[in-house]
Design a protein around this ligand. Structure first.
Ligand code: C2E
Ligand code: CA
Ligand code: CA
Ligand code: CA
Length: 278
């Protein structure tokens, strides 16, 4: 449960006192970082294999810390989740994405944007209300948004989360289950959540073209998802052999360094203007 996870979290953190001090001070700084514009949103294109072009991008946060340099989301997102900074951070990302979509709309066929939503937030009424207010104020159609539900923190109240996701679906937002295969309760989520899409975690995808067991797991996950009426995205595609394996396996979309690294907005605009071959 949540309390136990928190215990594990802090025990691990405490193995290194320096680390814990650094983390505590980082969290104190995160609020200021938002205000100071140190939190940036990068975008990684996702390629549709059927259409042979990117049809969406994933928003990924980066923290440009004035003294520590670049701090990656793998370090500060779990901390933000533990310390209740994840709601303001996510709202900041959503606002940024709505602004940025306006910048790339009209440059070519519409590109949807996927936003990572910590599963924990879905059962927070204040967060969901704030999201709805942002969407109401924005001229961007909700059909251009995908919410990727991430599981790094436990879902505190699954019933509330399901209700929130149903509401997002009603509003026109697509729902994707992130990091499929890595969580403890992925099959439960698959059964309960109103999903449009499933993202197979990079740890399964990366070597699927070389490793027989990974290949079997990826292929059967794609078939399972399709049987459930879901689209499948494979993340962490780093080379052409992997892409061809996924194409043969019937995967719908791919994301990874082979297509593009996560890009700042200006580089994304250039990327959009340059056709990719797949
Ligand atoms: P994720 O949602 O699984 O995102 C994919 C991660 O894999 C990103 O790491 C991306 O840069 C990386 N990646 C993409 N393609 C490749 C590849 O071909 N090879 C390899 N080795 N890596 C690849 P990143 O940007 O460091 O983000 C890490 C995690 O932080 C994300 O994992 C996501 O769970 C979380 N995160 C990022 N932004 C947000 C956010 O705004 N909100 C929340 N709640 N979580 C976020
Ligand atoms: Ca994601
Ligand atoms: Ca992942
Ligand atoms: Ca993730």
């Amino acid at each position: 449960d949540a309390a136990q996870r928190e215990g594990v979290f802090w025990r691990r953190a405490a193995t290194n006192l320096d680390q814990i001090e650094r983390q505590v001070s980082l969290m104190g700084e995160l609020d200021d970082a938002l205000a100071a514009g140190q939190i940036e949103v990068f975008y990684q294109p996702k390629l549709s294999l059927a259409q042979g072009r990117p049809t969406s991008v994933e928003a990924l946060v980066r923290w440009r810390h004035p003294e520590r340099g670049f701090v990656g989301p793998d370090l500060f997102i779990p901390l933000a989740e533990q310390t209740d900074r994840i709601a303001p951070l996510t709202l900041y990302v959503v606002e940024r994405v709505l602004t940025d979509i306006a910048n790339w709309r009209g440059l070519g066929p519409d590109l949807a944007a996927a936003i990572n939503i910590s599963a924990k937030l879905l059962s927070a009424p204040a967060f969901n209300a704030a999201i709805e207010r942002l969407l109401e104020r924005s001229a961007i159609p909700t059909s251009l948004l995908i919410f990727e539900v991430t599981e790094s923190a436990a879902m505190s109240d699954p019933d509330k989360a399901v209700a929130a996701l149903r509401r997002y679906r009603e509003l026109g937002i697509a729902v994707s289950m992130d990091d499929y295969g890595t969580g403890q309760s992925t099959l439960t989520y698959l059964r309960q959540l109103p999903l449009n899409e499933l993202k197979i975690d990079r740890s399964f995808v990366q070597f699927a073209h070389q490793n027989r067991n990974d290949a079997v797991l990826v292929r059967s996950t794609i078939d399972l998802a399709h049987d459930l009426g879901l689209k499948v995205v494979a993340e962490g595609v780093e080379d052409a052999e992997c892409l061809e394996f996924l194409r043969a396996a019937g995967c719908d979309m791919i994301q990874g360094y082979h297509i593009s690294r996560p890009l700042p907005l200006d580089a994304l605009l250039t990327f959009i203007a340059t056709p990719v071959a797949a």
